[in-house]
Design a protein around this ligand. Structure first.
Ligand code: 0A1
Ligand code: ZN
Length: 881
C-alpha cells in the first residue's frame, strides 16, 4: 500500500512522455505467491527530446529481478530503482531499443485488488487507473498506447482457462504439468486496459454477426455451476452490440469478446479491451435470485462496458483529468440504450433521482469538484458521481443544444478524427463546434465550474396584451477552490400549458435564444417575453431535466397539479408531483422536530392518488409517483441543521396520510397488478411488480400490521416480490415474529448464494432507528460476512452508512465512531474500498450541531491516524477542510 502523502498532480503540468512505446510483449509465469513477469518493451526517443533525458518507468510495490537493454544486462551504474520507479540512463538518441524488465509479484497477498490478484482461486487483474505499475515497471499513463502480445504460462490443471486481451493466437502444453496461451491485441491501447484472467471457470458461448458480416465469438466466464445465470447478460451483450451499430454506427473490432465474472472486485466492472472483467453481481441473474433492479443493472453495465470499446478504448483519455471524456460519454450512451430498451420516461426519472440523491450532495459538499478536475492527489478518488453522472448530463445537454442529428454528426466526427488517439475534453467539444458551426465556449464552463447552478424563476401574465413574462436568474454556488463563478449556458426545455391542457404556442419570444422548445439561459439575469398567449398559461420548465440544476420557482399547488395532469412529458409530470410533495415533506420534518401536529395538503394527496389510479398511465411510472422523495432528499431540501429522526417521522406521517386516503385505490392496485405466467424481467412486467409493491407498502401503512406483507412474502415466486415484502416486514415491524420468521426462511433458502446473502445483510442494515448499529455489529460476527470481500463489506457496512439515515446518524454519534473504526480496519487491506465508504459522511456539515460535532470527532480520529493510505487521507482531509 502506498502511504506516501500523495503528491498533488496538476492538469497544467501535463506534458507528453520523452519516449514513445512501440510494442509490448509480456510473459507471465503464473504462481499464486510468486508470479514471474517478463516485459519486453520497445521504445524510441520522441523527436526533439533532449538526447540525455532518462527513461522513467512507474512501479508500485515492485521487486526488480532483471533488467536488459537489447538483451544485454544493464550495468547497475546505468539505472536507479525503487519500488515506485525505475530510471534508466544513457539510452539511444534516435534508434529504437528494447528494454526487458523482470519482476516477481505475489497475487495471493494482493488484498487491494489492484494489479494481478486472486479471487476464489482465479488469477485476475484490475489496472485502471494505476494498477499496471503493480505488475511491471512501465510508463503507466493513458497516453502511452501500444499493441500487446501476451504469453501466459501456468499450471495446466489449475488454469484450464488463460485469457488476455485481443485475439487468441494459440496455446498448448508447455512443459510437464504446465500449459501456455498466447494472445495478440492489434489495437494500440494504454496499460489501464490490459487484462489477464486464468483459472478453472465455466463458460457460456454465443456468436454475433457484425453489420459488415464478421462473426464474433462471445464468451462469458463464470464459476462452474453458475452458467445458467449468465444467460441474461449474454442477451444484454448482443442487444448492446446491435444498438451501438444502429445508433452510433460502431462495430466491434476483434474476433472475440469475453466477459469474466469474479466475486472480488472493487467496482462494478471494467472495460479491458476484448476482456471485460465484472463484479459477478452485474452478470449473474435468475428469477429466483435476482430482482428486476438487478436485471436492469446488468443490462446497463454490460452495455456500459461494451460501449467503452469505442468511447474509452479506441479513443481514450490523454490524462486522468479527462476521465469524463470516456465515463460521462459512456454513461450517456448506456442511459440512451436503457431508454430504448425500456420506458424512456421512467428511465429518465430513475436517472434524475439518482443524480439528485448522489451527485447533488457531492456538488454541494466538501468533495465538490468540476466534471473535469484540474488537480488530484489520488486518482482513484475521482471515479465519482460528478465525473460519471454529471459528465453524462453535460453530454446530454450538448445533444439538447444540437438536436439528435447534430449530436450524431459531432460524434461521427469525433470517431473519425480521433480514432486511435488519447484526447482531451477540448478535442471532444471541438468536434461538436466544428460539425455544428456553433461556439461552445460558454457551454464548456460545465466542465470547469463545480457546483449545481441555482436558477430562480418568476413569471407574470398580462391578459390585456396576451404577454407571458419569465424572469430568470442563475447563481452557481461557491465550491472548494472556486469562490467565484461565471454565468453558464443552461438549456431549459419548456412548455406553456393552457387551461385545457394543450400547449400554447407563442407568436414570438424575445429576451434570448430559443430553439424549438428550449430556452437558452446564458446571462446572470434574463427576461423572456412570450407574446400571443390568449389565456394565462402554466409554465412547465426544465422538462426532462434538460439541465442538471436546482430550480426555485414558486408555482402554486394548482399549477403543479395542472402540469402533473397535462404535460405531454411524463418526466415533467413526475417532477411536478415531486415539487408538490417537497414543501409538505420539509414542513412535516420541521413540525416533527418542534413536536407539532403534522398535516398533509389534500391537494398533494389528490394529485398523487389521481396519477396512481390512472390506468392509462404505465404502471412503472405510477410506482415512481408513489415513491416519495427519500429521507436524504428531504434533508437536502432542508439544507442544514438536519435531524434525520424528525425527517423520518415527518415523511412517515405524510405517507400514512396518503395511505389512509387511498386505501381503496391501493387495495385495487394490489389485486390488479398481478403478472401472468412465468417470470419475465421485461420492463412491462417489472413495472407491474413495482406498482404492486408500492400498493403493498401503502396498504401496510394503512393497516399497520405485518399480516399482508407476511402473506406476500410467503406467496412470492420471484426475488423482486420476495425482497419487497421482506423489506417492508423488516423496516416496519423489525421485532415482529413474522419478520424473524421471514428473515430465517430467506437465509435457509439462499444460504451459500453470496449475492443473495448480500441482500439479507442489506435489508437488515437499513432497518431504521437507533437499534440498527447493534444489528450491524452482530451481523459482522456472522460467518457469512467476509471482511475481505468488497461486496459483503458494501452490503453491510456501506449500506448502513449510505442507506440508513436514522440508524447511522444516531444522535449519540456511535454510528460515526463505528464507521471510523471500520475505515481504519479496511484501509490497510483495501484503501479504495475504505475511501469510498468514507464518502458516506460527505454531508456531515448539514446535520444539527450535536450530530455534526460527533461526526467531526470521528473524522478527526481517522485524520490523526499516521498510517492512512493516500486514498483515505485525501478524502478525510478534504471533508474536514
Ligand atoms: N472504468 C470502469 C470503472 C472502474 C474504475 C476503476 C476500477 O478500479 C478499481 C475499476 C473499474 C467503468 O467505468 O466501468
Ligand atoms: Zn465506465
Amino acid at each position: 500500500m502506498r502511504t506516501d502523502i500523495g503528491q498533488i498532480v496538476n492538469l497544467a503540468d501535463y506534458r507528453p512522455t520523452d519516449f514513445v512505446l512501440e510494442r509490448v510483449d509480456l510473459t507471465f509465469e503464473l504462481d499464486p505467491t510468486n508470479t514471474k513477469v517478463e516485459a519486453r518493451l520497445i521504445f524510441h526517443r520522441r523527436e526533439g527530446v533532449d538526447p540525455s533525458a532518462p527513461l522513467v518507468l512507474d512501479g508500485d510495490e515492485l521487486n526488480l529481478s532483471g533488467l536488459l537493454f537489447d538483451q544485454n544486462e544493464v550495468p547497475a551504474s546505468q539505472y536507479d530503482v525503487t519500488p515506485e520507479s525505475l530510471t534508466i540512463r544513457d539510452l539511444p538518441a534516435e534508434t529504437p531499443f528494447e528494454i526487458t524488465v523482470t519482476t516477481y509479484i505475489n497475487p495471493e497477498a494482493n488484498t487491494q485488488l489492484m494489479g494481478l490478484y486472486r479471487t476464489n482461486g482465479v488469477y485476475c487483474t484490475q489496472c485502471e487507473a494505476e494498477g499496471f505499475r503493480r505488475i511491471t515497471y512501465f510508463p503507466d499513463r493513458p497516453d502511452v498506447l501500444a499493441p500487446y502480445t501476451i504469453t501466459i504460462i501456468g499450471d495446466k490443471a489449475a488454469n484450464p482457462v488463460m485469457l488476455s486481451n485481443g485475439n487468441f493466437l494459440g496455446g498448448a502444453g508447455y512443459d510437464e504439468g504446465r500449459a501456455f496461451a498466447a494472445w495478440f491485441d492489434p489495437h494500440p491501447k494504454p496499460s489501464y486496459l490490459f487484462a489477464l484472467v486464468a483459472g478453472d471457470l465455466g463458460v457460456v458461448e454465443d456468436t454475433f454477426e457484425t453489420m459488415s458480416g464478421n462473426e464474433v465469438a462471445l464468451k462469458i466466464y463464470v464459476e462452474h455451476g453458475k452458467e445458467a445465470r449468465a444467460a441474461y447478460a449474454m442477451d444484454a451483450l448482443k442487444r448492446s452490440m446491435k444498438w451501438d451499430e444502429e445508433r452510433f454506427g460502431r462495430e466491434y473490432d476483434l474476433n472475440i469478446f469475453q466477459i469474466v465474472a469474479v466475486s472480488d472486485f472493487n467496482m462494478g466492472a471494467m472495460e479491458n479491451k476484448g476482456l471485460n472483467v465484472f463484479n459477478d453481481k452485474y452478470v449473474l441473474a435468475d428469477p429466483e435470485t435476482a430482482t428486476d433492479q438487478d436485471y436492469a443493472n446488468i443490462e446497463a453495465i454490460i452495455a456500459h462496458e461494451y460501449f467503452h470499446n469505442w468511447t474509452g478504448n479506441r479513443i481514450t483519455c490523454r490524462d486522468w483529468f479527462q476521465l469524463c471524456l470516456k465515463e460521462g460519454l459512456t454513461v450517456f450512451r448506456d442511459h440512451e440504450f436503457s431508454a430504448d430498451m425500456r420506458s424512456r420516461a421512467v428511465k429518465r426519472i430513475a436517472e434524475v433521482r439518482h443524480l439528485k440523491s448522489e451527485q447533488f450532495p457531492e456538488d454541494a459538499g466538501p468533495l465538490a469538484h468540476p466534471v473535469r478536475p484540474t488537480k488530484y492527489r489520488e486518482i482513484n478518488n475521482f471515479y465519482t458521481t460528478t465525473v460519471y453522472q454529471k459528465g453524462s448530463e453535460v453530454t446530454r445537454m450538448i445533444s439538447t443544444l444540437l438536436g439528435q442529428d447534430g449530436f450524431k454528426s459531432g460524434m461521427d466526427l469525433y470517431f473519425e478524427r480521433h480514432d486511435g488517439q488519447a484526447v482531451t475534453v477540448e478535442d471532444y467539444v471541438k468536434c461538436f463546434e466544428d460539425s455544428a458551426g456553433r461556439d461552445l465556449k460558454q457551454f464548456s464552463l460545465w466542465y470547469s465550474q463545480a457546483g449545481t447552478p441555482l436558477v430562480t424563476a418568476s413569471s407574470e401574465y398580462d391578459q390585456a396584451s396576451g404577454t407571458f413574462t419569465l424572469s430568470l436568474e442563475q447563481m452557481v454556488p461557491a465550491t472548494p477552490g472556486q469562490p467565484d463563478k461565471l454565468p453558464m449556458h443552461i438549456p431549459l426545455s419548456f412548455s406553456l400549458i393552457s387551461d385545457n391542457g394543450a400547449a400554447a404556442t407563442p407568436s414570438s419570444v424575445t429576451g434570448g435564444e430559443v430553439t424549438g422548445e428550449v430556452l437558452h439561459l446564458t446571462e446572470r439575469n434574463q427576461i423572456f417575453v412570450f407574446k400571443g398567449i390568449s389565456s394565462r398559461p402554466v409554465l412547465s420548465l426544465n422538462r426532462g431535466f434538460s439541465a442538471p440544476i436546482n430550480l426555485q420557482f414558486n408555482q402554486s399547488a394548482a399549477d403543479l397539479a395542472h402540469i402533473a395532469r397535462h404535460d405531454t412529458d411524463l418526466f415533467a409530470r413526475w417532477q411536478a408531483l415531486t415539487d408538490l410533495s417537497i414543501p409538505n415533506l420539509t414542513q412535516a420534518a420541521r413540525d416533527a422536530r418542534d413536536g407539532k401536529e403534522i398535516t398533509c395538503d389534500p391537494a398533494l394527496i389528490a394529485a398523487i392518488l389521481e396519477a396512481a389510479g390512472d390506468d392509462t398511465l404505465e404502471p412503472a411510472f405510477r410506482s415512481q409517483v408513489l415513491t416519495l422523495p427519500s429521507e436524504a432528499d428531504i434533508g437536502r431540501e432542508l439544507g442544514g441543521n438536519n435531524d434525520p429522526d424528525a425527517i423520518r417521522t415527518g415523511r412517515q406521517a405524510i405517507i400514512s396520510a396518503i395511505a389512509t386516503a387511498g386505501a381503496q385505490t391501493f387495495a385495487r392496485l394490489f389485486d390488479d397488478m398481478q403478472t401472468d405466467g412465468a417470470y419475465s424481467p421485461d420492463a412491462e412486467n417489472a413495472g407491474k411488480r413495482a406498482l404492486r409493491s408500492s400498493a403493498l407498502a401503502y396498504l401496510t401503512y394503512a393497516e399497520a400490521t405485518p399480516a399482508r406483507a407476511a402473506g406476500a412474502f410467503a406467496a412470492a415466486d420471484n426475488m423482486t416480490d420476495q425482497m419487497s415484502a421482506l423489506t417492508l416486514l423488516a423496516h416496519h415491524f423489525p421485532d415482529a415474529p413474522e419478520t424473524a420468521k421471514a428473515l430465517d426462511t430467506f437465509l435457509t433458502r439462499f444460504d451459500g448464494n453470496a449475492l443473495v446473502i448480500d441482500k439479507w445483510f442489506s435489508v437488515q442494515a437499513t432497518i431504521p432507528g437507533a437499534g440498527a448499529l447493534d444489528r450491524v455489529k452482530a451481523l459482522m460476527e456472522n460467518p457469512r460476512f467476509i471482511a475481505g470481500n468488497p461486496n459483503r463489506v458494501r452490503s453491510l457496512i456501506g449500506t448502513f452508512a449510505f442507506g440508513n439515515p436514522t440508524g447511522f446518524n444516531r444522535r449519540d454519534g456511535e454510528g460515526y465512531k463505528f464507521l471510523a473504526e471500520r475505515i481504519l480496519e479496511i484501509d490497510p487491506k483495501n484503501p479504495q474500498l475504505a475511501a469510498r465508504i468514507l464518502t458516506s459522511m460527505r454531508s456531515w456539515r448539514s446535520l444539527e450541531p450535536q450530530r455534526a460535532d460527533a461526526a467531526r470527532d470521528a473524522l478527526m480520529t481517522i485524520e490523526r491516524t499516521p498510517t492512512l493510505s493516500t486514498d483515505v487521507r485525501d478524502i478525510v482531509e478534504r471533508m474536514l477542510k
